[in-house]
Ligand binder design. Structure first.
Ligand code: SF4
Length: 381
């Protein structure tokens, strides 16, 4: 068997299925082909060379998948039939089809995907005036435990593989229902992207590959983090995507109540990492601030936030909290939100109020829910 050195995917083996037939218990070992979207150009090129073929075939195959959206190896007509057959024996296309889709009154669409191992993730397609933005997940569940977030309730189930991250973007592109193009990607769905750093970076490599990949501009991609400070600095060196930091409080005490990660990486460490990011990137950092009634919405906190961020090239997105069942928090009154915003503006801190889309289908910020679906449901597909 030819190995693909260095690939990051988790095991492709499925558990055995037991069938009870004619009073005999039969055990069937399932095998599953690995999705070709799991592999980088170098890895695919290595696979071809190990099979005695020319490495440039990898470029051809990638262009069929990522540029021409081929649905099968059979469509790759400029590749010899024998090569297509070898590909078909070794790989699946990695196409991800939503198991469930919900549409909000504002047109926002939420897709649920069932993944290997029985976990479920969600991504959200947001229609803008002249383009689409997709919000994708990078983990099933999340270990960060933010107290305002629905995803946190499930804990971390597992990291998504590169192919599972890319697959959400490919599905969104396929599911755009009109001629507005999908141009923007935000890594703000389930999970903490910097806690799945290698797989996220591998996926971004394909997504932004202008030659053989999906050709997205790095400046149209925003990665949102809770503030894993050392990884922010690594990201700044290794990628050109935009950075968003989920800040949500101007002091460590309030922030620790909302985001336990603050005890490991206090605000001072995060801002040091942000300054390092500023030195390497001209784009402003977005600081997300979910406004929660009587927790972080006081005028003094607005003034403190403006002072804190004054040395950073950034802007603040104020997101009025989206309540979900069982949440202890509430959205501030409209006047409080306006007042907080005005204080930031008067303090020369660039700020916008962002009303989330898709609230009626639980697709708004912090409302995506992860879960482990019944294994039987996956096996039956
Ligand atoms: S807000 Fe983001 S990082 Fe925090 S628990 Fe939710 S998914 Fe994880």
């Amino acid at each position: 068997m030819v190995s693909l050195a260095g690939h990051r995917q988790q095991s492709s083996e499925l558990p055995a299925i037991y069938l009870f037939t004619n009073n005999i218990l039969v055990m069937i070992h399932q095998t599953q082909k690995t999705a070709i979207t799991e592999f980088s150009r170098e890895e695919l090129s290595g696979w071809f060379e190990a099979k005695g073929m020319r490495g440039f075939r990898a470029d051809q195959v990638m262009r069929w998948i990522y540029t021409r959206s081929a649905a099968s190896f059979g469509e790759m007509t400029n590749i010899a039939k024998t090569v297509r057959e070898s590909l078909d024996q070794a790989f699946s296309m990695g196409t991800m089809v939503p198991a469930v889709e919900r549409k909000a009154v504002d047109g926002t669409r939420k897709f649920s995907f069932e993944l290997k191992g029985g976990c479920r993730i969600e991504s959200v397609l947001l229609g803008e005036k002249d383009h689409y933005t997709v919000c994708i997940s990078t983990q099933a569940g999340c270990a960060m435990g933010c107290s305002f977030c629905m995803t946190a309730k499930s804990g971390l189930i597992r990291n998504l593989s590169p192919g599972e991250i890319i697959g959400q973007v490919m599905a969104a592109r396929r599911l755009c229902a009109d001629d507005r193009p999908l141009t923007n990607i935000v890594l703000m769905g389930m999970g903490e992207p910097l806690a799945n750093f290698d797989n996220v970076l591998a996926a971004l490599g394909i997504i932004t590959d202008a030659e053989n990949g999906m050709k997205f501009a790095s400046r149209k991609i925003t990665l949102s983090t809770v503030g894993i400070a050392p990884k922010i600095e690594t990201l700044a060196r290794q990628s050109k995507v935009r950075l968003a930091v989920s800040l949500n409080a101007p002091d460590n005490e309030t922030r620790s109540r909302l985001m336990p990660i603050s005890r490991t990486y206090p605000i001072e460490d995060i801002l040091t990492a942000c300054r390092a990011y500023n030195r390497l990137h001209r784009d402003r950092i977005t600081f997300e601030y979910i406004l929660i009634r009587d927790v972080n919405d006081a005028p003094a906190q607005a003034r403190q936030l403006a002072r804190l961020l004054s040395p950073i090239r950034g802007k603040v997105n104020l997101i009025p909290y989206n309540p979900h069942p069982g949440s202890p928090f509430e959205r501030p009154y409209a006047g409080t939100i306006e007042n907080f915003h005005n204080i930031l503006i008067e303090s020369h801190c660039t700020s916008m109020i962002r009303w989330s889309k898709g609230e009626d289908i639980d697709a708004a910020c912090g409302q995506l829910a992860a879960g482990k679906i019944k294994a039987a449901a996956v096996e039956a597909r």
